[in-house]
Design a binder for this molecule. Structure first.
Ligand code: FMN
Length: 182
């Protein structure tokens, strides 16, 4: 199936693991574009994704490379949107249908499957408000992978650790039909 995968990276520590996911997708022969939130840049540099994808990540909703707007143009040939890590904030925005950031606006505009890999502290993950948003996203057809229980950057064990890149890769493979050799 032609089309590109858009990987949305939001602002959590686990963003560094998304570089490995993007690399694996590229190695599978997939065309990958990366959308980063402003916060995501605090955790991983755009240059990492530029090199991995051979194209600069899209960060600004008014990026002049996209006269129609990146939320429109990136959606046009998008066959899969992966949000990893998916922060509490980005999931709330998507659950509510807010179009106040590029990533949440792109989410509203894509017509392809959407996979989210949540990542946050255990108290955040267990908060009723977050769980309500997760349930709403499920009802809206979003596919969630993880989070897992394990070591968290806040130095405790618990639920909220982002699924490993290989786990996300295995999860999204059924959405892809690319048969390019690894
Ligand atoms: C060191 C640090 C780590 C953070 N890790 C997470 C995280 O894992 N998950 C999360 O939902 N928010 C995390 N946050 C908070 C988000 O960065 C913050 O809510 C931000 O507004 C998210 O914006 P975005 O969703 O647009 O990327 C962290 C903040 C800091 C300072």
């Amino acid at each position: 199936m032609t089309g590109r995968i858009v990987v949305g990276v939001s602002g959590g520590i686990a963003a560094f693991k998304t570089a490995a996911l993007v690399s694996r997708l590229v190695q599978l022969g997939e065309a990958v574009s990366v959308v980063m939130t402003e916060s995501a840049q605090q955790f991983v540099g755009p240059a990492t994704f530029s090199a991995l994808c051979n194209s600069q990540p899209v960060i600004h909703p008014f990026d002049s490379r996209f006269p129609l707007g990146p939320h429109i143009e990136l959606a046009q040939d998008c066959k899969l949107l992966i949000v990893a890590p998916a922060t509490a904030h980005v999931m709330a925005a998507c659950a509510l249908g807010l179009a106040d950031t590029l990533l949440s606006t792109l989410y509203l505009n894509v017509e392809c499957p959407v996979v989210m890999a949540p990542a946050m502290s255990t108290p955040m993950w267990e908060k009723p408000a977050v769980q309500r948003n997760v349930e709403q996203l499920r009802l809206d057809g979003v596919h969630l992978v993880g989070p897992e229980i394990g070591w968290l950057s806040c130095r405790r064990q618990g639920a909220g650790r982002m699924a490993e890149p290989e786990t996300i890769l295995d999860f999204v493979k059924p959405f892809l039909t690319s048969t390019s050799p690894e």
